[in-house]
Design a protein around this ligand. Sequence first.
Ligand code: FE2
Ligand code: FE2
Length: 496
Amino acid sequence: METISSTTQPKKVSPKSPDAREAELSKLGNNLVTKFHVLMRVSQIYDSKNVALSQFINEFLETINTLIKESGILSLKIIRDDFFLNDQRLRYSVEGFTSFKYLSTQWKKRLIGEVIFKTLVGEEMLRHFIYAFINLEEGREENADLLKKQLESHQITSIEVNPLETVEGEEGEESFTLRKEDHREVGKKIFFETIGTIKEVITNIKGNQSADVRKLKRLAQKAIHLVIEDESILLGMTMIKNYDEYTFNHSVNVSIYSLAIGKRLGFSKKILTELGITALLHDIGKSKIPREVLNKPASLNGEEWEMMKKHPLMGVEIVLNLKQLGEINPRMVVGVFDHHLMNDLSGYPRLFLKKEVSLFGRIIQIADAYDAMTTPRVYKKIPFTPEQALAVMLREKTVHFDPLLLKIFIGLVGIYPIGSLVLLNTHEIGIVYKSNHDPKLLDRPILLLVDRDQTGGVQKELVDLTEADETGNYRRSIVKTLDPYKYHIDIAKYFL
Ligand SMILES: [Fe+2]
Ligand SMILES: [Fe+2]
């Protein structure tokens, strides 16, 4: 299938396999590191006004601007001994080794850990940057700040630098928990920023204004990075069911579940990004449906239902009219189109010809159904518990869902999905916080204990159900799940 041509991506390529894409990025990354290395070297020889420098500057510019055009942003970061290009670790080629080594030593000496180019870069800008960079005194902790100030003095705001992150005692308990906490903070930021952005996009579309999808893409990329590191953080966030802002929360939750499924399917980062954006936009067509219909507490009449059934098609129209169409691949449009088309081709939109539901569509369906069922709505104030929702989905399995994907999804959320309230054999009550990755231990997740006697504050004690006592038996086991609404427990609180 041909990809849609784009103004931002002059050299649009046809869909590639994940391996090919990774190879391409690694080639570009190696090129970038080499050019950076050469530029640093020559700028230490020539002064900033020297004409001989232009050639190297221009070569470097070409490399970075190609990458910025493709991804919207370029971040080159050092973590321990590796370089990461937009969060993807660069494997250096044999020829590239010297450049990698040189660059990482130079950065580390100056305690700089990351350089981000936020927009396309021009020659003057780059000259200022590279000279400010090489003139940094070695070993000064405030170097990143100093460099920032220097750039600001030249009105350069689109290049950002961050200090080197030192990881002391790598396997030490302390730095491990610290990193975990960081991830949680990052997760919250991404989660709420994405809700804000999708709200902005929907508001713009309602007002017939154009919407920027690049921001969504950047957020999706950040989310993917986190999902790959530790999916339980964002999965936990999906428990923050915000009743008033259903549409926005729903889009973000569907995106998180979809990404987690995509990760299990081994999708490349590029495909994951597309899936993430498609899921964020899957219900965008609803922005054209009157609020009264969307929020009607009673069941819809014939005319209203007909209107509702048009939202996938309206979504397609909106997506095709988005400003940065170059960011949209046909499989994303199809995913929006068929997210209510069931496995047996019931559902909507009605088709004249038989068509297989697309993979994106099948993934989003599962994420969509699960989130909708577990969220309180105007017409169903008390939602299904995660367990009940999965039971309903399993019952409808072959008719409505792709059975294999559903199996993957259940493996992902566990028999006791994240956010379930459970009773233990020790008479304690806990909330499932993280599922166990070992398929044989799906019934032994990590729990947050809920202190029953406490009235106000949330107490957070984590326990691992695989933990054994002195006799070698499990210390705690789940007896059954409980309905949080009956116990007046606000699950969301435990994930914030
Ligand atoms: Fe929908
Ligand atoms: Fe939906």
